[in-house]
Design a protein around this ligand. Structure first.
Ligand code: 26Q
Length: 835
């Protein structure tokens, strides 16, 4: 710790011995006004809602602050084992509503604000989403933190404080345009800067290697260009339990040498340039949800996170326990959120060898007893690899260590499979070739004691496919942890009417013990309960319809079937299949085929990676089809299609409560898990889906009869590839033939001929990796069935209720209990009460 931040004398306890703040309406009311008037200096003529929001956020933050301190003290005094969740992404969304719910302040706060003629919802809208993530993986990290706090598990999130989060998506002429997300512009009342825990991270330079007595590597990493890491902490409140955990995000700053030395050397502009170079590291989140290979800045980000976090944790250890690291692995573990922070394996080795002077074997023992790796993708092209050349240039000392890890590992493989050189080549961390590469997933597996997938199917496919060689070597490392979502944000907070109906029926225990939702099953037979259930859904649909009207200028009829697909735009997620179905329905209307017609509003939303040409073209297609369908008088409002712009966490909060049908239609074997599928299910939507990711487990829980299944299985997908003939499928399916004809004819791009040719080419290619047309017929039939059931309001209500009732498994409370018991070996620690 920087000594200038410490007082010479011990601070008096009196300084921090302060009575607890009131949790009643009067206290909240008083503090709110004090912040508005005294802290922010606003008066009655300033009605800018943002100052009201800030006043409320600070009022709540004070209440979190006391509990935060008591949680830290409880963890320190219990000397418990802690888990550290290392992630390049935390997609937190908004904090205010969540804080109110978890502090149990909803009623008192509503009273406090009503005196002032204010509503919580209105102020909550002022908060900018914290969009420090791309999609599933980043939001999963956020849901995990909520559940760990609710379960009182000592888990700390470590990430990066990007100045610019996920870009804002705007549509121009039906095409995606990216705008910068300057989310900190109006300040962030939820973060506390902690300069006293600043760390230094090295880059570049050279490694001076010397062999030690035991043959291990001794080295000095010299002539480095250092960057300072400043932590910003965000409180993570548990649900009504007094616990407040920590998310620590690092911000990059130039070292003081930049400010002093170089500036005074007469090289002022050069020095400022170098300063910017350092601070670039945490400037922006990479907006790809598949690996972007080779980008130096991305590798800098990954190492910056790994190094700052590990130094922080080691420093705490040394401050408390002294230099003896013997018990370190009994008290600490690290969960790697995909391969992104995997350089932590080599960095922990470096810190233990070079700074703590451990032997290789001692350091390796600690590393492999503390690291655990979660994989989130089955797409081989998305597995992270870095050019050895880049490593040598940026992190020379870490490359030494990776080579040494690899040499020792390959020795082990060679002893087990003598003479199997092909196996050595396959399993080596270094992929040989014209440009040798470091395979990060292999480094993660070799350096970890646990490797998990995120749904049963996904974990099985990892064992049988991608990581088969490693599974043969270390079967005991491999396990599954099916994803979940937090029921606080994704039901109790975002769907208050359904929450109240559920709580009135089965009590409130389900909010922290979601399996209790099964008690709703018996009420699925009750006509009165069904009616109330449908009324809530109708209210939520009306709300969504208003937003769609204002955002897209398209009228959604709340009586129609709301058919929703929101997620990143990706070919494997097959938004195209959805569009083909919409075109088919349009074609039916044009033909006058109204047999068993169900009015339908289709909503599609999601961001495309800025460099992903096909994904962007798919967005354009959706918007062009929408325009034709919505404006055709013959369609006459029986079918609507809208593209929801700038899909984000706070949008999902009003979208998922309003869905009737949840589209989970990826090519089987490609979606690791999915988590949107769980949010929709919890809110009573019925899934139309393939046997992919967690869909399989959703169907298992809710029963075949309450799920619209279609498409090839993962095994069938692989068997189909060799003789896939899309032209033959088109020839044999009249409906599909007409859909393809409409697309080819330029019906949806009359003034821009040819723009959808790339889409047509992949759809009709024998090598289409996503086999979209193979699933067309069975998808259309499943959609027909869904439409028919929707006509029978009673049958639909029952299915909807059962979906919510059977969603208990998909709480991250269950997921985190499994991680904590089966991987981390940590126990809950109750917080000290605030008194
Ligand atoms: C890597 C290197 C360089 C730049 C970007 C990246 C990168 C960033 C984000 C690679 C992948 C991601 C995100 C992946 C992701 O969100 N995967 C999803 O994870 C969810 C949670 O487990 C699953 O439910 C989804 O199935 C999976 O697609």
């Amino acid at each position: 710790m920087d000594s200038k931040h410490l007082l010479k004398s011990e601070p008096t306890p009196k300084l921090t011995d302060i009575p607890p703040l009131g949790m009643d309406a009067d206290s909240l009311h008083f503090d709110f006004r004090r912040y508005y008037n005294h802290t922010l200096g606003r008066d009655r003529y300033c009605r800018t809602p943002h100052y009201l929001y800030d006043s409320l956020a600070l009022t709540l933050r004070d209440r979190l602050m006391e509990r935060w301190k008591n949680t830290r003290f409880a963890h320190d005094e219990s000397n418990c084992k802690r888990a550290h969740y290392l992630s390049l992404e935390f997609l937190m969304g908004r904090a205010l509503g969540n804080a109110v719910l978890n502090l149990g302040l909803e009623e008192e706060l509503t009273r406090a604000l009503s005196d002032l003629g204010l509503e919580m919802e209105e102020l909550a809208e002022c908060e900018h989403d914290a969009g420090l993530g791309n999609g599933g993986l980043g939001r999963l990290a956020a849901c995990f933190l909520d559940s760990c706090a609710t379960l009182q598990l000592p888990v700390i999130g470590y990430g990066l404080r990007y100045r610019y989060g996920m870009f804002r998506q705007v549509l121009k002429n039906g095409e995606q345009v990216e705008e910068p997300d300057h989310w900190l512009r109006q300040g962030n009342p939820w973060e506390i800067e902690r300069p006293e825990y600043t760390q230094r991270v090295k880059f570049g330079g050279r490694s001076e290697v010397k062999r030690g007595r035991d043959g291990s590597l001794g080295a000095r990493w010299v002539d480095t260009h250092d960057v300072v890491a400043v932590p910003f902490d965000t409180p993570i409140p548990g649900f009504k339990n007094g616990t407040v955990n920590t998310l620590r995000l690092w911000s990059a700053m130039a070292t003081e040498e930049f400010d002093l030395g170089e500036f005074n050397a007469g090289l002022y502009p050069e020095a400022v340039g170098a300063k910017n170079e350092a601070e670039k590291i945490t400037m922006v989140l990479y907006p790809n949800d598949a690996s972007e290979s080779g980008k130096e800045l991305r590798l800098r980000q990954q190492y910056f996170l790994a190094s700052a976090s590990l130094q922080d944790i080691l420093q705490r250890w040394v401050n408390v326990e002294g230099i003896n690291l013997e018990g370190f692995a009994d008290k600490n573990c690290f969960q790697l959120n995909d391969t992104h922070p995997t350089i932590a394996v080599a960095e922990l080795m470096r810190l233990l060898l070079d700074d703590q002077a451990l032997t290789w074997d001692e350091a390796w023992e600690i590393t492999t007893r503390t690291m655990a790796y979660t994989n989130h993708t089955l797409l081989p092209e998305a597995l992270e690899k870095w050019p050895v050349r880049l490593f040598r240039q940026l992190l020379p000392r870490l490359l030494d260590i990776i080579y040494e890890i690899n040499a020792r590992f390959l020795g082990e493989v060679a002893r087990k499979w003598p003479g199997d050189v092909d196996r050595l080549r396959r399993m080596s961390i270094i992929e040989e070739g014209p440009e040798p590469m470091v395979r990060m997933a292999y480094l993660a597996i070799i350096g970890s004691f646990s490797v998990n997938g995120v749904a049963e199917l996904h974990s099985r496919l990892l064992r049988e496919g991608l990581f088969k060689d490693f599974y043969e070597l270390w079967p005991e490392k491999f396990n599954n942890k099916t994803n979940g979502v937090t029921p606080r944000r994704w039901l109790a907070y975002c769907n208050p009417q359904l929450r109240d109906l559920i709580s009135e029926t089965i009590g409130t225990g389900w909010i922290s013990e979601l399996s209790q939702l099964s008690r709703l099953s018996m009420h699925a037979e009750d006509p009165k309960f069904r009616r109330r259930w449908l009324e809530v859904k109708e209210q939520n649909k009306k709300h969504l319809a208003r937003v769609v009207k204002s955002q897209c200028d398209i009228e959604f009829d709340p009586a129609a079937l709301f058919d929703i697909q929101v997620k990143r735009i990706h070919e494997y997620k097959r938004q195209l299949l959805n569009v083909l179905h919409v075109i088919h329905l349009y074609d039916r209307l044009k033909r006058g085929d109204l047999a068993d017609w169900t009015d339908r509003c289709v909503l599609i939303g999601g961001k495309a990676a800025p460099g992903y040409f096909m994904a962007k073209r798919i967005i354009k297609l959706i918007n062009n089809v929408a325009r034709v369908v919505n404006e055709d008088p013959e369609v006459d409002g029986r079918l609507k299609l809208a593209f929801f712009p700038n899909f984000r966490v706070s949008a999902m909060e009003f979208i998922c409560p309003a869905a009737d049908l949840s589209e989970q239609i990826s090519t089987a074997g490609k979606e690791a898990s999915g988590t949107g599928n769980m949010k929709f299910m919890m809110n009573g939507a019925i899934t139309i889906g393939t046997l992919d990711g967690a869909n399989i487990e959703i169907r298992e829980e809710v029963g075949d009869e309450n799920f619209f299944l279609f498409g090839l299985s993962a095994e069938e997908v692989e068997q189909t590839r060799s003789n896939y003939d899309p032209e033959a499928i088109i020839a044999g399916d009249e409906d599909l033939g007409r859909v393809m004809q409409l697309l080819k004819s330029g019906h949806f791009n009359q003034f821009a001929p040819g723009i959808f040719d790339p889409i047509l080419r992949t759809l009709t290619s024998r090598n289409d990796p996503w086999l979209t047309l193979a699933d067309f017929r069975s998808y259309i039939e499943a959609q027909k069935q869904a439409a028919a059931v929707f006509q029978d309001r009673d049958a639909w209500a029952k299915m909807s209720i059962l979906n919510t009732a059977c969603s208990g498994k998909f709480s991250t409370d269950r997921t985190m209990q499994q991680y904590s018991r089966e991987i981390w070996g940590i126990d809950p620690v109750p917080a000290f009460p605030v008194e």
